[in-house]
Design a binder for this molecule. Structure first.
Ligand code: RET
Length: 242
């Protein structure tokens, strides 16, 4: 398949990239409006991080919509696959920011956050390696390494960050539990989407895979941010307006 430059994409998946762009922009504008007159510096931090997450994703989606961030990988077996590599640039920055959000909520230590974010970045970089390799067995080897890193991230989030959260306020604990569950479910679907999608076994085409990633990205970023920023748990101190 020749590389298409039409904004509909290779298989018409441009519609999902357009929807993803709009969804991220709407989320970003909503978070900005909601945070406009937030004064408390601790609360402000959550807004800045969450707005940044939506903004990075909106740019990434827009670039994919315009066909930038799309490349072809020619495998040694002659198969040619279309790959949206721009996702990985997005995820490299947004997944650490999401972890930072939930880590701040839980009151995790800087040391624990640094470890968690390092494993997370390793997961994305090895995932990109899996995506760009030409030898199929190497692709699956790196997919396995990346998935193991993801299991460490999820384990660390539940056990280590969860332990820190157990010392937090009741509000913070209940918001932490909801956000942690969103991460546990949504993040775990990403490697499955890769595996069944065009990068892996090709059971699902680029159209379906792009739709799946869009739903996951909107849930993991905008749904997550919506719950976080609506929680009273992020309002610092007792002086917060009610
Ligand atoms: C890849 C491929 C290889 C195996 C694994 C992956 C995991 C990706 C994840 C991405 C999360 C993205 C989020 C984006 C924000 O909206 C790279 C797909 C494990 C977990 C939360």
């Amino acid at each position: 398949l020749p590389l298409q430059v039409s904004s509909l994409g290779v298989e018409g998946e441009g519609i999902w990239l357009a929807l993803g762009t709009v969804g991220m922009l709407l989320g970003m504008v909503y978070f900005m409006a909601k945070g406009w007159d937030v004064q408390d510096p601790e609360q402000e931090e959550f807004y800045v991080i969450t707005i940044l997450i939506a903004g990075i994703a909106a740019s990434s989606y827009l670039s994919m919509f315009f066909g930038f961030g799309l490349t072809e990988v020619e495998l040694v077996n002659g198969r040619v696959i279309d790959v949206y590599w721009a996702r990985y640039a997005d995820w490299l920055f947004t997944t650490p920011l999401l972890l930072l959000d939930i880590g701040l909520l839980a009151g995790a230590s800087n040391r624990d956050m640094a470890s968690l974010i390092t494993i997370d970045a390793f997961m994305i970089v090895t995932g990109l390696a899996a995506t760009l390799m030409k030898v199929p067995v190497a692709r699956y080897a790196f997919w396995t390494i990346s998935t193991i890193a993801m299991l460490f991230v999820l384990y660390y989030l539940v056990v280590v960050v969860g332990e820190a959260a157990s010392d937090a306020s009741e509000e913070a604990q209940s918001t932490f539990n909801v956000l942690r569950n969103i991460i546990l479910v949504a993040w775990a679907i990403y490697p499955v989407a890769w595996l069944v999608g065009t990068e892996g076994l090709g059971l699902v085409g680029l159209f379906g895979e792009t739709l799946l990633f869009m739903i996951l990205d909107l849930t993991a970023k905008i749904g997550f941010g919506f719950i976080l920023l609506r929680s009273r748990a992020i309002v610092g101190g007792d002086s917060a307006p009610t």
